[in-house]
Write a protein that binds this ligand. Structure first.
Ligand SMILES: Cc1cc2nc3c(=O)[nH]c(=O)nc-3n(C[C@H](O)[C@H](O)[C@H](O)COP(=O)(O)OP(=O)(O)OC[C@H]3O[C@@H](n4cnc5c(N)ncnc54)[C@H](O)[C@@H]3O)c2cc1C
Length: 457
């Protein structure tokens, strides 16, 4: 009975930790894109690991499903409740002292990336993963989705940053904690088990993160190529030539024009958009080091076959202008409608062939759709965004995800599976892999209470 659940949660946590007001719940029931909507029974906002454990014990006793939610910036509907309790981590915001020698910090799972960045910056350090959603995305959500972001080509994704983790299982058992020593390896690496688990194995409450130096010098370029194949070949050469390469981001002509317009700038190359993957293929390239890399970046770009045009800067305002184009794309698309977001990856050698095949495939599934393709090119990671089909019409999702599998790619590069892609998981893994995942899930959460419907067909 819902009333008894609320009463028991209030008794365990206190009234101010339990939200039952429908108006207050509304913001927790829809995802960032507006494509996935659900209904929360109620929400809890615990402020300590003990309170998380208490909340989960009560929910387990009632056999009620629980959906962990951080900043709710996820792009696969994974934090949307379907008649479940939302466990919001936004009060778990502790920031521990930065260990400057080890280059590590322990933070609450609900701390935003931006808060951790500011905290670490005081010691000249920074988290290695960075995303445009940094102001709202939380460390717990980033670990749970194994977020990648713009520097993953240099530092890896979130799973490579976690030195220790504390989490609570569905029955309220607290696990983890860590000495924080990189050499502390007592067998099973719990952070690796929970990275990418999308709230299905445990609620992450705290993490010890590796930090990297804040590079004092950055040089940034926007470079245009005649087609995607030339841009991919260029990225390969830049990786060879530039040891301090920090980002290689791709924008197709449509994404570039949209991002530039959103940033209040004209198309930097003054050319019209020309359909999916056609027209100018742009790369936003950045190097970061302790010394100036402006000349090195300029020289490396100058040597690239197929380069049509480039602008290279190392001053703050100039760099921010270029990044505003790339970072504005996601929001600009969302401002036009509810997108179908297909975050996929193909081995870089196959990127151009995949994108060439994309246009007819999208056109068949959704004739009036508009498509934007951008992403973290050096890792073969493309965000295919399709505007037009209704939120619950998944024909275009089906067509694009099948195409990616035909090209030997991955249906989930960095945003996760969530609810959005659960249907296609069986196509992307073997029955044995499905069985392994189900067995681990059943061992940690035998009643299937944590995020049912996510990461499962
Ligand atoms: C503008 C924009 C740009 C983005 N850029 C990138 C990008 O470059 N790279 C990238 O990888 N992603 C990107 N994202 C997606 C998103 O920001 C990431 O997926 C992020 O990691 C989600 O964090 P969150 O705190 O918002 O998690 P939520 O959206 O709240 O949750 C995401 C998933 O994690 C689970 N979860 C959340 N907190 C916990 C916890 N404490 N314990 C267990 N499970 C938990 C949820 O149940 C859900 O399944 C972007 C999003 C936007 C809006």
């Amino acid at each position: 009975v819902i009333d008894q659940l609320a009463t028991d949660l209030v008794a365990a946590l206190g009234e101010d930790r339990v939200i039952t007001d429908r108006g207050a719940l509304a913001g927790l029931e829809t995802d960032w894109t507006g494509r996935f909507r659900g209904r929360a029974r109620l929400a809890v906002r615990p402020a300590s690991v003990g309170e998380v454990a208490a909340a989960l014990r009560v929910c387990a006793a009632h056999r009620v499903a629980v959906v962990p939610q951080g900043g709710n910036t996820g792009l696969v509907g994974g934090a949307v409740p379907l008649d479940a309790v939302v466990l919001s981590t936004t009060r778990l915001t502790d920031l521990g002292a930065v260990d400057e020698l080890a280059g590590e910090v322990t933070v609450g799972a609900g701390a935003t990336l931006e808060a951790v960045r500011r905290h670490a910056a005081a010691a000249g350090l920074a988290p290695a993963v960075d995303l445009a959603s940094r102001g709202s995305a939380t460390i717990g959500g980033m670990i749970a989705t194994d977020a990648g972001g713009i520097h993953a080509l240099r530092h890896g994704s979130m799973r490579h940053q976690v030195r220790g983790i504390e989490a609570v299982l569905a029955d309220g058992t607290i696990v983890g904690g860590s000495t924080g020593l990189a050499t502390d390896r007592p067998g099973l690496h719990l952070p690796s088990v929970l990275a990418g688990s999308e709230g299905t194995l445990a609620v992450i409450t705290r993490a010890r993160l590796r930090l990297i130096p804040v590079w004092p010098e950055r040089a940034t370029a926007l470079a245009a190529f005649g087609d995607l194949a030339s841009a991919v070949a260029a990225a390969r050469r830049l990786r060879d030539r530039l040891p301090d390469l920090d980002a290689v981001e791709y924008l197709d002509a449509a994404a570039l024009a949209l991002g530039a317009a959103r940033a209040g700038q004209g198309d930097p190359f003054g050319r019209p958009a020309a359909g999916v993957g056609r027209g100018v293929a742009s790369l936003l390239v950045e190097t970061a080091a302790r010394r100036s890399t402006l000349e090195e970046l300029g020289a490396a770009l100058g040597s690239l076959p197929g380069l049509l045009d480039a602008t290279v800067v190392d001053d703050g305002p100039g760099r921010r202008r270029l990044w505003a184009i790339r970072e504005g794309v996601t929001e600009a698309i969302a401002a036009l409608g509810v997108p179908h977001k297909l975050d996929v990856a193909v081995p870089p050698a196959g990127l151009a062939a995949f994108v060439a095949a994309l246009e007819p495939v999208v056109a068949r599934a959704a004739p009036d759709a508009r498509t934007f393709v951008f992403g973290h090119l050096a890792l073969g990671n493309l965000h295919v965004n399709v505007l037009g089909p209704a939120p619950d019409d998944d024909r275009v999702d089906d067509a694009v995800l099948r195409l990616i599998l035909e090209h030997g790619g991955s249906i989930a590069a960095e945003h996760g599976i969530g609810r959005a892609k659960a249907r296609w998981l069986a196509l992307a893994e073997t029955p044995a892999e499905t069985a392994v995942r189900a067995a681990i899930r059943a061992a940690l959460d035998p009643h299937g209470l944590l995020n049912p419907g996510v990461l499962a067909p």
